[in-house]
Design a protein around this ligand. Structure first.
Ligand SMILES: Nc1ncnc2c1ncn2[C@@H]1O[C@H](COP(=O)(O)OP(=O)(O)OP(=O)(O)O)[C@@H](O)[C@H]1O
Ligand SMILES: [Mg+2]
Length: 227
């Protein structure tokens, strides 16, 4: 994989409270942390705040306090539209269910972010083909998501996440729906992405998968602790 430009991802006093009836839930207690390059596994029980953290790091959600810094850029300073542009160039995402566009083929799904980024047709077709080959799916380009297995769809989602060669890759339980062998394959793709200098943050319930990450965070009741 081509090495992306490197940027540092930092949380500064980052927290999130949600209203809960009369009360408030502290979904993420104030966190100051610099995410190192490489693969960071985030583990913790259901409801502990893992997705809350990831959604804040991505700028999908706004923090109650604090900042997310990507290199020199403070995500919290950007407008919604600026954040969307910034995300396209700097982030890839993989979710538990692949979130592919159902009416587009695997090839078109991978091309999609490249189209948004303004890449010309020939160049983006070639790049999407190359990305699909990297995840072992060069023969599946013309398949619709409904014609792919769960593991194949997740690999297309990884190819799509890497399309714009982002320095940051965020994955929320990408192996959650997969059997262990297919999960392995997805993990090794994420490890490959992390190996070329990216900052990859992986939420997982799977202790075996977590154990193979370079760095570890555990989350309990909204409190994130390096482990
Ligand atoms: N939009 C929301 N409004 C109110 N409360 C929320 C919202 N999103 C999450 N929460 C609460 O914040 C806490 C953390 O949720 P979060 O989704 O981050 O957990 P999680 O660790 O990702 O859990 P899981 O492993 O089940 O995905 C939970 O108590 C949840 O109910
Ligand atoms: Mg979650």
């Amino acid at each position: 994989m081509t090495a992306p430009s490197q940027v540092q991802l930092c949380a500064e006093n980052l927290s999130r409270e949600y209203p809960s009836g009369e009360d408030r839930v502290l979904a993420l207690a104030p966190l100051t942390y610099t995410f190192p390059a490489g693969l960071t596994a985030v583990v913790g029980p259901s409801g502990s705040g893992k997705s809350t953290l990831l959604n804040l790091l991505a700028g999908f959600d706004r923090p109650t306090t604090g900042h997310v810094l990507v290199g020199e850029t403070d995500l919290t300073d950007l407008t919604e539209a600026q954040r969307a542009d910034f995300r396209l160039a700097h982030y890839g995402f993989v979710f538990q269910s692949h979130n592919l566009v159902g009416i587009l083929t695997a090839q078109e799904n991978v091309e999609f972010p490249l189209t948004l980024a303004g890449m010309g047709r020939r160049e983006r077709q070639a790049r999407a083909r190359d990305l699909l080959a990297q995840v072992g799916l060069d023969k599946r380009g013309s398949h619709l998501p409904s014609q792919l297995s769960g593991g194949e769809a997740q690999r297309v989602a990884i190819a799509r996440a890497l399309a714009c060669n982002p320095p940051i890759l965020l994955a929320d339980e990408p192996t959650g729906n997969l059997d262990s062998r297919t999960g392995e394959r997805v993990l090794s793709l994420l490890q490959g992405a992390a190996g070329s200098g990216r900052t990859v943050v992986l939420i997982t319930h799977d202790r075996e998968i977590a154990a193979r990450a370079d760095h570890h965070l555990s989350v309990l009741d909204g409190v994130v602790t390096p482990a």
